[in-house]
Design a protein around this ligand. Structure first.
Ligand code: SF4
Ligand code: SF4
Length: 276
């Protein structure tokens, strides 16, 4: 069955980057999955990556779109024509039996390695969270931020680090060696602008990581709850089966076993009474 997103979606966006097939997009009201791209993660994971990260459990299998493993891996091979999935690919139909991630090219999108690619390499839900909490883009420290300066003498453009833009510092153009001095207003404008950008960057990054951390915690709590419920159910089944086996062997009339005549007689007298 292809995976679908129900109306309980809270538009958190956590699932979108996890999909190895880019099958998830944000529609007008909620996120949606393109069933022509969804492979239920067959070929990449032995679980559905979107369902694994969804904080409200609204990525569910679509009962109206049943598909075989063969059809799903066929789709994965079509979408990722340059990926070798091999014969022992990951599949939710064979949880825990697959190989490691397929030898997929890392550059999943033009924007760089997709988090899903990292997830493929990690191969486990916890690692998926960890990897997707680390954006691949980073910025230099405020003092190392490169600033382009325009030489008033030779018209060339050269770069200096913000840390060198202190009041009174003499800068030399590397092309014509003409010197210039950093004035207080220039120092203030550049340094405060860079610092402000840095502060916003750090704040957004912290918020993103905190949200990821919360999602991870919710996910792990849910998994733990599911595990406990599963264990409880399995324990109950084992108990019931034990009782069933005890009844089966207890009722066995082994050759040589003494027959309880009183029980036999009471049975016969019950039969006589009902006949009369
Ligand atoms: S089940 Fe896997 S392939 Fe399908 S939408 Fe979710 S993440 Fe993508
Ligand atoms: S993770 Fe769940 S709630 Fe968040 S956007 Fe995806 S489907 Fe919606």
């Amino acid at each position: 069955m292809a995976t679908m997103i129900t109306s309980e979606c809270i538009n958190c966006g956590a699932c979108e980057p996890e999909c190895p097939n880019n099958a998830i997009t944000q529609a007008d009201e909620i996120y949606v999955i393109d069933p022509l791209l969804c492979t239920e993660c067959v070929g990449f994971h032995d679980y559905e990556a979107c369902a694994a990260v969804c904080p409200v459990d609204c990525c569910v299998t679509d009962p109206n779109n049943v598909e075989t493993e063969e059809a799903l891996i066929g789709r994965a091979r079509t979408i990722h024509a340059d990926t070798d999935f091999g014969d022992t690919f990951e599949s939710r139909f064979r949880e825990g039996e697959g190989s490691d991630a397929p030898a997929a090219p890392v550059e999943a999108t033009a924007a760089g390695p997709a988090p899903a690619a990292a997830a493929q390499a990690a191969g486990a839900p916890a690692a998926v969270f960890a990897d997707s909490s680390q954006p691949s883009i980073s910025i230099p420290a405020p003092d190392q931020w490169p600033v382009s300066l325009h030489c008033f003498a030779c018209d060339a453009v050269y770069e200096v680090e913000t840390g060198r833009l202190t009041i009174g510092n003499v800068l030399f153009c590397p092309h014509c060696f003409k010197s210039t001095v950093v004035k207080d207003d220039f120092n203030y404008a550049v340094r405060t602008t860079v610092q402000r950008f840095h502060d916003e960057w750090d704040r957004d990054l912290s918020a993103f990581r905190e949200r990821r951390q919360q999602e991870l915690q919710q996910f792990q709590e849910r998994r733990q709850k599911e595990l406990l419920a599963f264990e409880k159910n399995q324990r109950k089944r084992v108990d019931e089966f034990g009782k069933h086996m005890a009844r089966l062997t207890g009722d066995y009339q082994a050759p040589g076993k003494r027959i309880d005549k009183r029980a036999l007689l009471s049975w016969r007298s019950r039969a006589d009474n009902s006949a009369s």
